[in-house]
Design a protein around this ligand. Structure first.
Ligand code: ATP
Ligand code: MG
Length: 411
C-alpha cells in the first residue's frame, strides 16, 4: 500500500524545526510494510495545502498529515482536508466533553480552544491523551484513507504508536524484513560495481549500500508475510553477496561491529593481542577496549610515535629506520615482531603511516600507511593508500588494522 506523508507547518519550511515526525513515520510505515512514496512539507497556506492533498489522492492509498490541528488561526489542516474531500466539519460531542473536563478549573479558556472539538464528518476520532487536538481517520468512498495527527511529537508519537499502528497493521498483512551484510577491505564504488546488476534491477528484495569508514554495509530488505518467506526471497541475493565478497564479509548481523568479531576470534583461539601504534596513537587498542570482555584478549599497547621509542621499546633497528624510514613495510614488520617478542603475546598488530596534513613527500604521500600483524610465527603486512583528513585517515587505519587481524587469523 502506498503512502504519502504530508507535514504541515511554515516553521518546517523555514528550517526552524527539524521534521522528526516524517522520519519517525517513514520508519514506522516501512516496518508495517507500507511503502512511503512521497514525503511533502507544505506551509500553513490553505491553497497550497489543498492542492497537495488533492495531488496525493491521485497517487496513494493512505495520506498521513501531521501538524496544524491546534486551536490557532494558522491551524487549518482539518478545515482544508474537509474541503479537499468535499465534507463538512462538525462538533464532536465526545471530544467536546473531553475538552470540558480538560479545562475544568481553568478560567482563561479562549473561545478558539473549542475549535479542536470540530472534526471532519464521518471521521473516526482518535483521542489525544497528551494534548487537546484529537487525531482523525477519514475513510473515503474510493477506499483511500486520510489520517490526521497532531504536530507536537509528544502527542503524535504515542497516538500513532498506540492507536494508529494497530489500524494500519490491519490494513497491511505484509512486513519488511532485512539483513545486513557488512563488508570490509573493498572500496564502496568497487563493491557496488561488483553487484551493479543486482543494484539496477532490484525490487523485492531491495539492496541499499551504506558507506562507512573503510567499510561498506549492504542492507537487503524483503517485503513478505513473515520471516520465513522473507528469508526465501532474500536467499538468492544473500548468496550472490557471499559469492562476490567472500572473506571480506565480517558479519551478517546488524548489531555486530568489526572489533567484536576480532575479539571473538581471538577468544576462540585463546590468543592474546598487543598493539604497537604510531599514527593511530592507541586508537586500535581503544577500539578493541570498546568491546565488553576485551580484557580476555588485549594485553597491552605501545604508542611509539617517535623513531627513538620505536627503537628503544620495540627493538626496531636503527638501520631499518634510516634505510626505509619509520613509514615503511620493514618498520611495520619490526614493530609487530618487536612487541610480540617483548610481551610474549601470540598476536600483534602494528601501524605506522602519515596522517597529514603535513609530512608527506612525493614518494611517501599523506595517507600512506603500513600495517604489520604477527600470528604466532607468521607475519602479515599491508600497505594502505588512504584519502581524507587527519582524523579520517587514522580511523581508516584502525578499521584496516582490525581487518588485517581478522583475515590473518582466518588464514
Ligand atoms: P498545537 O495544538 O500544539 O498547535 P498542531 O497539531 O497544530 O499542535 P503545529 O501547530 O503544526 O501542530 O505544531 C506544533 C508544534 O509541534 C511545533 O511548534 C513543533 O514544535 C512540533 N511539530 C510540528 N510538526 C512537526 C514535525 N513535522 N516534526 C517535528 N515537530 C513538529
Ligand atoms: Mg498549531
Amino acid at each position: 500500500m502506498k503512502v504519502e506523508l504530508i507535514s504541515v507547518g511554515t516553521e518546517i519550511l523555514m528550517g526552524n524545526i527539524i521534521n522528526t515526525n516524517a522520519a519517525y513515520l517513514s520508519r514506522e510505515c516501512a516496518a508495517l510494510g507500507l511503502s512511503v512514496y512521497y514525503e511533502v512539507t507544505v506551509g500553513d497556506n490553505p491553497d497550497r495545502l489543498e492542492k497537495t492533498i488533492k495531488e496525493a489522492l491521485e497517487e496513494v492509498d493512505i495520506i498521513i498529515l501531521t501538524g496544524g490541528l491546534g486551536p490557532t488561526s494558522d491551524d487549518l489542516t482539518k478545515e482544508i482536508t474537509a474541503k479537499a474531500v468535499g465534507r463538512n466539519i462538525h462538533t464532536d460531542e465526545h471530544t467536546m466533553q473531553r475538552l470540558k473536563e480538560y479545562f475544568t478549573g481553568r478560567t482563561n479558556i479562549t473561545a478558539n480552544n473549542w475549535k479542536t472539538a470540530k472534526v471532519i464528518e464521518g471521521a473516526t476520532v482518535i483521542d489525544n491523551h497528551n494534548g487537546t487536538a484529537p487525531g482523525e481517520i477519514v475513510s473515503l468512498d474510493s477506499g483511500q484513507q486520510i489520517i490526521l495527527l497532531p504536530g507536537p511529537p509528544n502527542e503524535m508519537i504515542p497516538m500513532f504508536d498506540q492507536q494508529i499502528k494497530p489500524h494500519l497493521r490491519a490494513l497491511s498483512d505484509m512486513g519488511i524484513y532485512s539483513k545486513m551484510v557488512k563488508v570490509c577491505g573493498i572500496g564502496e564504488s568497487t563493491a557496488e560495481y561488483m553487484i551493479r546488476d543486482l543494484m539496477e534491477k532490484q525490487s523485492n528484495p531491495t539492496i541499499a549500500p551504506y558507506a562507512k569508514t573503510a567499510q561498506v554495509h549492504f542492507r537487503v530488505s524483503a517485503m513478505a508475510k513473515d520471516k520465513a518467506q522473507a528469508d526465501e526471497i532474500m536467499a538468492p541475493t544473500i548468496n550472490r553477496l557471499k559469492k562476490e565478497f567472500g572473506k571480506c564479509i565480517y558479519t551478517m548481523d546488524e548489531a555486530t561491529e568489526l572489533e567484536e568479531v576480532v575479539v571473538d576470534m581471538l577468544k576462540e583461539r585463546g590468543y592474546k593481542l598487543v598493539t604497537a601504534e604510531s599514527l593511530t596513537g592507541g586508537l586500535i587498542a581503544a577500539t578493541i577496549v570498546n568491546v565488553p570482555g576485551a580484557s580476555d584478549v588485549l594485553e597491552e599497547s605501545f604508542v611509539t610515535y617517535a623513531d627513538r621509542t620505536k627503537a628503544q621499546n620495540l627493538g626496531v633497528l636503527e638501520e631499518t629506520l634510516q634505510k626505509y624510514t619509520a613509514v615503511s613495510k620493514e618498520t611495520a614488520i619490526e614493530m609487530a615482531k618487536g612487541i610480540q617478542k617483548r610481551t610474549g603475546a601470540q598476536v600483534s598488530i602494528s601501524a605506522t603511516g602519515i596522517a597529514g596534513p603535513d609530512g608527506g613527500t612525493k614518494e611517501k604521500p599523506v595517507g600512506l600507511a603500513f600495517l604489520g600483524c604477527c600470528i604466532e610465527d607468521k607475519v602479515f603486512v599491508k600497505e594502505l593508500h588512504l584519502k581524507g583528513n587527519r582524523r579520517k585517515i587514522r580511523e581508516m587505519v584502525v578499521v584496516n588494522a582490525l581487518d588485517l587481524i581478522r583475515t590473518s587469523l582466518m588464514d
